[in-house]
Design a protein around this ligand. Structure first.
Ligand SMILES: Nc1ncnc2c1ncn2[C@@H]1O[C@H](COP(=O)(O)OP(=O)(O)OP(=O)(O)O)[C@@H](O)[C@H]1O
Length: 258
């Protein structure tokens, strides 16, 4: 593993009962990488992303974050189940991995500002005044300084997703995992969220993005990974994948979506 790898995934497998969803995926994300995961519906993109921070428990394979192995018991061939061996370690490692979900997942009983300051105060023990100052800066960056005292239900989907991004940034994670961040949005709101993500990429944030937005994948990624039926079908620079795909499956997929 190279020294600057933030996430190193080795031979990841995931099954739900008899359904084998991930069939051995290896992938490394280094500082400043923007990796887009693309592929047909059901190819395993979201499952892969959720295995990285153990929101799903991989059946086999390992995930290393900064060289530290995610705390999982060894695969048990008889039962196929693995368990988290240290909740404390998992919590610690997760602070390096931010995640933005399709459905925003904001706390509905908290204002926008409270949503953003909660984790820094609770997880990092940051002083309240400092957390508020930082949160206001972040909300300004995502264009929402006027909404700090609103509740999520008073915001559009695009605005809620921008709050979710600010909330993730508040912990200053080394990599941000985006799980189809624009899929739940009305079309007119997709652009404002992608614009924030483009800004993050241009300032060198390390990101892994499951997306159906091929324009974003093509223009912003440093690497595109095409998943096909739970395996890496093809991977490469965006100009390679979009300009000259090598596999029939990737060509067919791109013909359908472009
Ligand atoms: N909790 C679960 N239990 C059983 N099967 C699941 C579960 N989560 C996902 N699957 C199945 O795993 C497969 C891959 O799903 P996943 O959501 O990872 O695909 P995807 O590539 O992200 O698709 P999409 O682009 O439609 O979101 C699908 O067949 C799905 O039905």
């Amino acid at each position: 593993m190279s020294a600057d790898a933030i996430i190193d995934v080795r031979d990841l497998h995931k099954s739900y009962g008899n359904l084998e969803v991930l069939k051995g995926i290896s992938l490394t994300a280094r500082t400043h990488d923007v990796i887009s995961l693309i592929g047909a519906s059901g190819s395993g993109k979201s499952t892969f992303l959720r295995c990285l921070n153990l929101l799903e428990i991989p059946t086999r394979g390992e995930v290393f974050v900064h060289g530290k192995r995610m705390p999982l018991s060894d695969p048990d061939p008889s039962r196929g189940e693995r368990r988290v061996t240290s909740e404390r370690e998992l919590r610690e490692i997760r602070t390096h991995l931010g995640m933005v979900f399709q459905q925003f997942n904001l706390w509905s009983h908290m204002t926008v500002l409270q949503n953003v300051i909660e984790a820094p105060i609770r997880v990092r023990g940051m002083a309240r005044a400092e957390a508020i100052e930082r949160a206001k800066d972040l909300l300004d960056r995502v264009g929402l300084s006027a909404k700090v005292d609103n509740y999520p239900s008073q915001l559009s989907g695009g605005q809620q997703q921008r709050v979710a991004i600010a909330r993730t940034l508040a912990l200053d994670p080394e990599i941000i995992l985006f799980d189809e961040p624009t899929s739940a949005l009305d079309p007119e709101m997709v652009g404002e969220v992608l614009a924030v993500m483009r800004d993050l990429a241009s300032e060198g944030r390390t990101m892994m993005v499951v997306t159906h937005e091929m324009g974003f994948a093509r223009e912003v990624s440093t690497e595109v990974v095409f998943l096909e039926k739970g395996k890496v079908g093809e991977r490469g620079a965006p100009e390679q994948i979009f300009g000259d795909p090598q596999t029939a499956a990737c060509k067919q997929f791109l013909n359908k979506v472009l």
